[in-house]
Design a binder for this molecule. Structure first.
Ligand SMILES: C[S@@+](CC[C@H](N)C(=O)[O-])C[C@H]1O[C@@H](n2cnc3c(N)ncnc32)[C@H](O)[C@@H]1O
Length: 415
């Protein structure tokens, strides 16, 4: 019977090729595949077997040729790396069979599974695929980029562990960075990202970094990038993903979580409007202070910043005349006349003192690093034309609020 065997050869080292696939390879009269795969298989190939080396990118011609040979009575083996059914030759073979109204029998087609790059990588590094995962190819050669974008966002939103195949090439050098930026909006900064180059091959290089530190430019087409979910963790030199979630549906506690007592603060969210002419004082000149200043300016407040230094963003606002600046450390009289105050310095004692002074003077105050010491806190905001979305966690976990805000923003974008 004429047979076409679709044979997975594994990610590199032939120890990762399954015995069933090896048996099918031995039975073949003709073996078709890229030259590098034929070279890899050399010790398994007998002298009587005919070898046909194919060119990169000619998938349909290769599939047609293999089917023609098998239909003419040969036992043909088509070989592909990893698993032949995953971003490989099995699909083009079935596409051509479909065009020919294949009857399921002539030729006989058998598919031999194998170890895909994601499995070899996962096994080497520990157990990162312990919970729901997906693979996404970032190649837009055959898939429109908007479709890939939608899948990345959906996988990010669904908290799937994600294996990125075909992650980055010389011509396609920014897509991986885009995908990682999406994931940074959804997952903790310390989420492990595994960079696996040439898994199981002689020059294998598999390591991991945090999502915050990941640099897409180190990645090429011989690499698989595996991003953990919100629960994935590092243990010694390994990465694992738990079978479940620590608290049902909740990401693990993030680094900015504060004490249980703080979580018990009751709150009643309100929206600040019409601050025109009202004085708001922001103490601190860093990134947190900058965000607060921008929010206050958007509702018309007169903003005064007290800090020895300013971020570039605050400096620009100062240059544009949008804020006033007291260029020194905080002093108690700085809050006189303020309607509300943000304590956003990087000094715990100063922030506490600001909260206490505001309390005695009945001035509304938000203490960035200890929400319980003030009487309001801001929320993670998203504004669109007709919706303002505000997500809060009683001030205790700003990054979690941001994460939920991003997920809701994504849902709104889908409408
Ligand atoms: C066209 S896909 C083929 C996937 C293959 N069928 C599999 O199951 O692994 C090629 C991509 O797979 C990944 N890949 C394949 N073999 C790899 C290996 N040994 N190490 C790391 N990544 C690999 C890379 O992302 C590469 O760009």
């Amino acid at each position: 019977m004429s047979t076409l065997s679709l044979i997975s050869i594994g990610p590199g080292d032939l120890d990762y090729m399954l015995p069933a696939a090896m048996g099918a390879l031995r039975r073949a009269d003709v073996i078709i595949g890229y030259q590098i795969y034929l070279d890899q298989l050399r010790k398994l190939i007998a002298p009587h077997q005919e070898l046909i080396s194919s060119q990169l990118g000619q998938e349909v011609q290769r599939a047609t040729h293999a089917i023609d040979l098998a239909s003419a009575g040969k036992t043909v083996a088509m070989v592909s790396s990893g698993d032949i059914g995953i971003y490989a030759m099995a699909s083009p073979i079935f596409d051509v069979l479909r065009e020919r109204d294949w009857d399921g029998a002539a030729p006989n087609v058998e598919v031999y599974p194998g170890v895909s790059a994601i499995q070899a990588t996962a096994a080497y590094i520990g157990a990162p695929l312990g919970h729901d995962f997906c693979t996404i190819s970032l190649s837009d050669l055959l898939t429109p980029w908007p479709v890939i974008q939608k899948r990345v966002k959906a996988a990010a939103w669904g908290d799937f562990v994600i294996g990125f195949y075909n992650p980055r090439s010389k011509k396609r050098d920014w897509q991986l960075g885009w995908a990682i930026d999406v994931l940074r909006d959804f997952r903790p900064a310390d989420t492990p990202v595994i960079i696996a180059r040439n898994a199981t091959r002689p020059d294998q290089d598999i390591r991991f970094v945090t999502l915050a530190d990941f640099d897409p430019t180190v990645v090429d087409m011989f690499t698989l990038v595996l991003v953990g979910n919100s629960q994935s963790y590092v243990l010694a030199d390994r990465v694992a993903t738990p079978r479940g979630y620590t608290e049902k549906g909740q990401p693990r506690e993030t680094k900015d979580a504060v004490t249980a007592a703080d979580n018990e603060i009751l709150s009643y969210p309100i929206s600040l409007t019409q601050m025109n002419g009202k004085m708001a004082t922001v103490i601190g000149g860093g990134p947190v202070a900058t965000r607060k200043v921008r929010g206050l300016l958007s509702v018309g407040a007169n903003v005064m910043v007290v800090s020895p230094e300013l971020t570039a963003g605050l400096q620009t606002l100062l240059d544009e005349g949008q804020i006033t600046w007291l260029s020194r450390k905080y002093e108690a009289q700085d809050i006189e006349g303020a309607t509300l105050v943000f304590a956003a310095t990087n000094d715990r004692d100063v922030n506490r003192a600001i909260g206490e002074t505001c309390a005695t003077k009945h001035i509304l105050c938000s203490v960035a690093d200890a929400p319980g010491e003030g009487n309001f806190h801001s929320m993670a905001i998203h504004r669109s034309e007709d919706v303002v979305l505000a997500v809060g966690t009683q001030g205790s976990q700003p990054s979690k609020a941001k994460e939920v805000r991003n997920q809701l923003r994504w849902l709104l974008d889908q409408q």
